[in-house]
Design a protein around this ligand. Structure first.
Ligand code: SF4
Length: 347
């Protein structure tokens, strides 16, 4: 069983308490297909990355990798002080072309060989690996293959550092928060995969929670100055997502392959949060199903009042009705105050 792409793992990491979302990812079910089978209705709205964004991303990467990755090497050298001309490069797209299973496994084997050589302190490995493949064990038998945009050798620490290339534009050293979040979680999964590989040779401790990011400058396809960032939180969240995926995978193992997930979906716990609206195609379905509880009012309200408190009761407390338990006694004055503010604002 394999988690459906690092995209699935990233989704789980944003809301690891939702078993249904994890089941979709572990089973490799396309969210849009699930939505349509579960609700019996066509999915309303756009789904997936827009073609124009994907095209720009591809062009950005191609520009970085052309001519022996000269643009990427120059950009990295500007930040990390390595002589761009002397940086040895192995571009897997050229060395082992193709995206089929055979090519993927061949890329994985070669990537792992370089890590094994680093464990023997052999620093003659390529300084820059483009489109390598790292296996990430999700379950005992399930492996997912991660493809970092590049791995950059840190010669002092004798280990590679994952690198992500994104065509998001950096303005005044700032990248859109949502874009950055996705890139950091992707890199977090790569750190976990790299550490698993390094651990097999006893050098897992060399892998730190960090990644290099290469974003676009506002000038065409030129890269902005690459940055190396600590990604402790994202690595932690990906590890949490892996734990959830393993638990859900055990339960899914009892579901026959020809039986759709929609037939047992209601047996998987959901956890509706603010994040659902931003990142899950089922958000309107789940919102409808928890439509009478305070969970629908968002994370802060759910934490304050109790996620399962009926919305009707929240309104009663706002209108000054007598609290009936300790939690209501604690939040009632704030709800009354909120009601006053809303009246002042004419809401
Ligand atoms: S919208 Fe529903 S299925 Fe999706 S993450 Fe939220 S609770 Fe889970």
């Amino acid at each position: 069983m394999a988690v459906g792409g690092s995209r699935g793992l990233i989704r789980i990491s944003k809301n690891p308490a939702c078993e249904l979302q994890a089941a979709l990812a572990v089973r490799g079910v396309k969210e849009k297909d699930f939505y349509e089978r579960y609700t019996g209705e066509p999915f309303p709205g756009e789904y997936g990355e827009r073609q124009s964004a994907r095209r720009r991303g591809t062009m950005f990467e191609q520009n970085l990798h052309k001519d022996g990755a000269s643009v990427l090497r120059k950009a990295l050298a500007s930040s990390f002080g390595q002589a761009a001309a002397g940086m040895s490069v192995l571009n897997f797209d050229e060395e082992i072309p193709g995206t089929n299973r055979k090519a993927r496994l061949a890329r994985r084997d070669k990537t792992l060989q370089f890590i094994e050589r680093l464990a023997q302190d052999d620093l003659s490995v390529p300084a820059l690996l483009i489109q390598p493949v790292l296996p990430l064990s999700v379950t005992e038998t399930g492996v997912h293959y991660l493809v970092p945009d590049f791995l950059l050798l840190d010669t002092e620490e004798r280990i590679y550092v994952p690198g992500e290339e994104k065509s998001f534009i950096v303005r005044d050293n700032v990248v859109d928060r949502a874009d950055m979040d996705g890139a950091r979680r992707q890199a977090g999964a790569q750190v976990v995969g790299l550490r698993q590989a390094a651990n097999r040779h006893g050098i897992g401790a060399r892998v730190r929670n960090r990644a290099v990011f290469v974003f676009a400058s506002p000038y065409g396809l030129s890269p902005a100055r690459p940055v190396q960032e600590s990604i402790d939180a994202e690595v932690h969240e990906i590890e949490h997502a892996l734990r959830t995926a393993r638990i859900v995978a055990e339960r899914l193992a009892t579901l026959p392959a020809d039986k759709g997930l929609e037939t047992v979906a209601d047996q998987y716990q959901r956890h509706f949060t603010d994040e659902c609206v931003r990142s899950c195609v089922l958000s309107d379905v789940c919102a409808r199903e928890c439509g009478t509880s305070a969970r629908l009012l968002g994370d802060s309200a759910a934490d304050l009042i109790g996620a399962e408190t009926p919305i009707e009761r929240v309104y009663e407390l706002m209108q000054g009705l007598e609290p009936t338990n300790e939690r209501e006694r604690q939040v009632a004055p704030r709800l009354v105050m909120l009601s006053g503010v809303m009246q002042d604002l004419g809401v």
